[in-house]
Write a protein that binds this ligand. Structure first.
Ligand code: WTA
Length: 635
């Protein structure tokens, strides 16, 4: 029996038991048999929850790009590695074979070296979903530079704060990007960001939309001429398994975004192993994940996991609604996609448009459907199952996080019986626990609690860049000897898990994690604003939308409230990006506070969700009268 590829439910249980009985032995076998290492580890795992220290495959040497590229050259050199589908359906798709990808990564790596990038340097990548994005990520990994991809929808302020936080030396961007019928001036955003980033020495610019842009002499370089001159050979840097591979920022409930650090060896083993099993990838399959590489889903399941398995991975530049709502299905038909992995928010948006956009296309190639990023509601699950999967393709509802690196709770298709809205069972090696408010583990089934993981797994983030204390405090201080996820979950009568949502102040809007604090900070910058509080409320398509309660400095503020709303949303767009805009803004005389002065978001959430009969006891508030005032003024 191969532990690497699980094909039956019985086998899942057997392998799972093995993986938790003796995790070190289990992961050692997977690592040894399915990857290439330049030197083996001296120790499979060492860890200390109290210090938040975790090491996998200590002292091992490798380069992840040799596992993702070089080793496939003999057997799969002419197989498509990346299949690039452009924004405009009239533009031809590009099939990049393993051999071509290897060459392009090597050339790019040589350009990075020429520009002074060395092992351990940080490179920020701010690119649209074009091949250069995947190639630049791999080029960094080739030479041991640490990549930090910033989703190309973030504003210049968000870009500069990330660049400064991780001390990046270089930015890789493009002249602009296509998004449906629009173009976005990415280079303009980078120029704005770089006014405030002393550490940046150079900027590489890919040409995509052929717009007129500003190029700063001595700092900015067009990528193409440099690539043309670069050598097509570049030896892979010898890396330690525990060297950082990348930094990826995610929102926290307070403070600035957290630069989650993932290291090479464990991340590679776990993303490859999960990819193989969760998508049941077979040799001639065409796998498509619709996420952006700017998020963890794209890192793990467009780039590293698929390429480590020699898979064909589709990269789509555009949006599901352009030129019409049939675009996803058009692409599935055109490239005979076999595995399709998307987010509930996209499913809900497409379901709203009606089935005719799906029915036009031949989706018979599909074998497995995936969902990620937020809880999938029952209606969306059934729509996906009936209209896209024709009730033949299992849906894998995969729960995981930027911090976990790879998929943690998920069905294994064709093995685990699925159940709508349930992520079902822990993946191999993953030991979940539900905790109560007193810090006790809740045993047994048909229970609900806070979701923790009680044993290390190879792809877990190792730290927050530059702030290990925050890493320890956020994830390892709530419960002893456990990683706390920030999510709530229930376990049903057979032990299946259903994720019920965040239990902290992170709000997931259209699958994007947003912290309330940075949004409130942006609003509070408005000269007329005194204070603000953001909560989420249910939204048909986005899952959650943002509701802002704002108090003004001058209570009798005579300015037009609609204008103020627009100005507030503009500030949020400038500081964070359009994804964080508020759907509703209510101006109020005050915010409900505890006697210690903390805003009672629980009450504001109930009002926003129109559940005012469930406010609970408000009499202990510092200012209970404000609650009725807010309710009376809901529009
Ligand atoms: C939520 C995305 C329910 C969850 C990979 C988690 C989910 C956060 C699911 C992480 C799912 C992700 N069901 N909720 N299948 N997948 N989430 O870091 O709240 O962008 O904590 O990673 O998304 O989001 P992140």
């Amino acid at each position: 029996m191969s532990n690497y590829h699980i094909k039956q439910f019985e086998e899942y249980f057997q392998v799972y038991r093995k993986s938790v009985r003796n995790p070190e032995q289990f992961w050692e076998e997977i690592a040894e048999e399915h990857f290439i290492w330049k030197k083996k580890w001296s120790n499979v795992l060492s860890y200390d929850f109290s210090k938040a220290e975790f090491k996998w495959f200590e002292d091992a040497k490798l380069n992840i790009t040799e596992n993702c590229l070089d080793r496939h050259l003999h057997t799969k050199g002419d197989k498509t590695a990346l299949l690039f589908e452009p924004n405009n359906p009239e533009e031809e798709a590009e099939h990049i074979t393993y051999r071509q990808l290897h060459e392009r990564v090597c050339k790019f790596a040589n350009v990075l070296k020429d520009k002074g990038i060395k092992k351990g340097d940080v490179v920020c990548i701010y690119l649209p979903m074009i091949p250069e994005l995947a190639i630049s990520v791999l080029a960094c990994a080739r030479i041991g530079a640490i990549h930090s991809v910033i989703f190309a929808g973030f504003s210049s302020t968000a870009v500069s704060s990330r660049i400064n936080d991780c001390n990046a030396k270089m930015v890789i961007t493009s002249d602009g990007s296509y998004r449906g019928s629009k173009t976005i001036d990415l280079k303009g955003i980078v120029d704005e960001a770089l006014k405030d980033t002393p550490g940046i020495e150079s900027v590489l610019v890919a040409k995509r939309i052929h717009s007129e842009i500003n190029m700063e002499e001595g700092r900015d370089f067009w990528l193409e001429p440099l690539l043309e001159e670069a050598y097509a050979d570049c030896a892979a840097e010898v890396m330690d398994a525990e060297d950082p591979l990348f930094i990826l920022y995610t929102s926290g409930s307070t403070g600035k975004p957290k630069g989650m650090v993932h290291t090479i060896g464990g991340y590679m083993v776990y993303t490859a192993y999960t990819f193989k099993n969760v998508f049941q990838y077979r040799d001639n399959d065409v796998y498509w994940c619709t996420a952006d590489i700017g998020w963890i889903t794209g890192h793990s399941y467009i780039v590293y996991g698929p390429l480590a398995n020699g898979a064909t991975s589709v990269m789509f530049e555009g949006v599901p609604s352009y030129p019409d709502y049939g675009r996803f299905w058009d692409i599935v038909e055109k490239h005979k996609v076999t595995q399709f992995y998307t987010a509930p928010t996209a499913i809900r948006a497409l379901a709203k448009q009606g089935a005719e956009f799906v029915e036009k296309y031949d989706l018979s190639s599909l074998k497995v459907l995936g969902s990620v990023g937020e809880p999938i509601n029952e209606e969306a699950w059934h729509w996906y199952d009936e209209n896209v999967g024709k009730k033949k393709s299992p849906i894998v509802d995969t729960w995981w996080q930027t911090e976990t690196g790879g998929i943690m709770i998920t069905p294994i298709p064709f093995s685990t019986p699925t159940k709508p809205t349930y992520a079902t069972l822990p993946f191999i090696g993953i030991q979940p626990a539900l905790m109560d408010e007193n810090g006790e583990e809740i045993k047994g089934n048909q229970v609900e609690g806070r979701l923790c993981i009680k044993f290390p797994w190879p792809a877990m983030a190792r730290t927050i860049w530059g702030n290990h204390q925050r890493y320890k405090d956020t994830y390892f201080s709530a419960y002893d000897n456990k990683y706390f996820t920030g999510d709530g979950a229930l376990r049903d009568e057979v032990g299946y898990y259903r994720i019920t949502g965040r239990v902290d102040d992170v709000i997931i809007v259209s699958g994007h994690n947003l912290g309330t604090a940075p949004i409130e900070d942006a609003i509070n910058e408005h000269p007329a604003v005194s204070e603000s509080a953001i909560v989420g409320f249910p939204h048909d398509i986005k899952g959650n939308a943002l509701y802002g309660y704002v108090t003004l400095k001058d209570v009798g503020e005579s300015r037009n409230h609609d204008n103020l709303r627009m100005e507030i949303n503009q500030l949020i767009t400038d500081r964070i990006g359009p994804i964080a805009k508020l759907d509703k803004v209510q101006f109020t005389e005050g915010l409900p506070k505890t006697r210690s002065g903390k805003i009672m978001r629980r009450i504001l959430r109930k009002i926003a969700a129109n559940e005012i009969d469930q406010l609970g006891d408000t009499s202990t508030l510092l200012n209970p009268e404000v609650v009725q005032h807010i309710i009376d003024n809901v529009k």
